[in-house]
Design a protein around this ligand. Structure first.
Ligand code: SAH
Ligand code: SF4
Ligand code: F3S
Length: 442
């Protein structure tokens, strides 16, 4: 079939979409670049906030029209990922023209499901929403890795056991599970042999990685990083997301000792108020967060931090919000993501009293984002006139321009020849906007 995959949400979804693409190509399906050219439409969905859910449902409307235009011909619609898991019944009852629904740990069954639909073996929507993460990687491992870019993701861990009270992920991706060191090394070597130079390890909470080594004993993230760093041809390593409660000194030492481990860490704090952190079930307080930041800076003084913030969590007072602003000022972030709290199905926070009014959420978000933008602009400005090591990843927006990232994950645009894609090049930073830098070759 001619397939088109649309991915929403986090990098873990992008990774799954790539592996599904590899799988479908191995069964001789053909990838196309628009839904209009396709007769197999796949939506890989995200449920993290209400707006993310809504995106799927508006896209489904368009998918239904395309299916109607192709009446009498083979035409399959599949929904996979986190909304498939969390709203399976809704999709089945309100969108019966959807043929296949696969939760994040069932996506490996895509080909079998497509065959069942094509062979008319089913009369209603085919839905699989069990949690079998081991199984998923067994299937993925058998597939050849195809087209890959200079910078790629590698999932090392699935699911989440933390149950932050606002978050839907433990209900959509299931229990935490780490892939083995061996499996990850094999995949990383494959990526490098396809021209990949930078690998970002993925998991919802990679600092609790505990995959087994050759002797069957669990290994920590810092050990995994060390092993990956010895792969020849790999220029850079990153990992995300880290949970502040699980960061230990070994990670600080890894940032000191592993040259290809980049000095940038996404360390979501969510709130700067101890009371809100407690009600979020984050299992750390602001003092602990400051300690973690100090520890990491003691091993790698130039390390840059980014974070996620939620404003308007139930019961958040003006004082709680002030605590968050204060924390931001004390830490100093190089970038950040921030969101209005969005009640999610199944989660305890959705049922908490004292939900914050939408208008209050909006005004707090604006204040918070102004502060974060200001910090990011300041951070970027510091680099003007300095040299930066940039990994060129792809062609830039303007012709003749390449776009890449420096060690601190800042986007950098430089006029340079295409042949430099994949190289780490020293460039001089000549200008800085709030979200990117401009560099020049020496
Ligand atoms: N595992 C990561 C992030 C998971 S989701 C962690 O623990 O940090 C990415 C971000 O979405 C979260 O960090 C949080 O800031 C945001 N988020 C999650 N649930 C949310 C909700 N119900 N409303 C608003 N933002 C939410
Ligand atoms: Fe969600 Fe918390 Fe798990 Fe992150 S750690 S995925 S925020 S439950
Ligand atoms: Fe979204 Fe699921 Fe990722 S809810 S953020 S796609 S884990």
């Amino acid at each position: 079939m001619k397939f088109f995959i649309k991915s929403y949400g986090c990098q873990m979804n992008l990774y799954d979409s790539q592996r599904i693409e590899d799988l479908l190509l191995s069964y001789n399906h053909e990838k196309v670049n628009s839904p209009e050219q396709a007769n197999l439409l796949i939506f890989n969905t995200c449920s993290i906030r209400e707006k993310a859910d809504e995106k799927l449902f508006s896209d489904l409307g368009r998918a239904k029209l395309l299916k109607n235009q192709n009446k009498g011909k083979e035409f399959v619609i599949a929904v996979m990922g986190c909304v498939a898991q969390s709203r399976c019944e809704d999709i089945k009852s309100k969108h019966p023209y959807v043929d296949i629904i696969l939760g994040p740990q069932e996506v490996q069954n895509m080909q079998e499901c497509i065959m069942k639909v094509l062979n008319n073996q089913i009369t209603t929507t085919l839905a699989l929403t069990d949690f079998k993460s081991k199984n998923k990687f067994e299937v993925f491992n058998k597939n050849e890795i195809r087209d890959r870019l200079v910078s790629e993701y590698l999932t090392i861990q699935e699911g989440c056991d933390n149950f932050c009270t606002y978050c839907v992920v433990p209900y959509t991706r299931g229990r935490e599970f780490s892939r083995s060191v061996q499996e990850i090394i094999v995949e990383a070597k494959n990526l490098v042999s396809r021209g990949c130079k930078e690998i970002t390890l993925l998991g919802q909470n990679v600092n609790s990685y505990n995959g087994v080594g050759d002797d069957g004993m669990p290994r920590r993230l810092s050990i995994l990083l060390e092993e990956l760093a010895s792969i020849s041809g790999l220029s850079r390593l990153r990992y995300t997301t880290s949970h502040p409660k699980d960061i230990d000194e070994n990670i600080g030492k890894a940032h000191r000792d592993i040259p290809i481990l980049m000095p940038f860490l996404h360390l979501p704090v969510q709130s700067g108020s101890n009371e809100i952190l407690r009600r979020m079930n984050r299992k750390y307080d602001r003092e602990k967060y400051f300690d973690v930041i100090d520890m990491l800076r003691s091993y790698r003084p130039d390390i840059a931090f980014s974070s996620d913030f939620i404003v308007g969590f139930p019961g958040e007072t003006e004082n709680d919000f002030e605590d968050t602003l204060d924390l931001i000022k004390r830490v100093g972030y190089s970038q950040a993501y921030s969101f209005k709290y969005s009640p999610r199905p199944h989660t305890p926070a959705a049922k908490m009293d004292s939900q914050v009014e939408e208008s209050v959420k909006s005004s707090r978000l604006r204040i918070l984002q102004d502060l974060l933008n200001f910090q990011q602009r300041d951070f970027n400005k510091m680099f003007i006139g300095k040299m930066a090591q940039v990994l060129f990843v792809k062609e830039g927006r303007d012709s003749g321009q390449l776009s890449g990232r420096d060690e601190y994950f800042q986007a950098v645009s430089v006029m340079a020849d295409k042949s430099q894609i994949g190289s780490v090049v020293e460039v001089k930073i000549v200008d800085a906007a709030s979200h990117s830098l401009i560099g020049e070759l020496k």
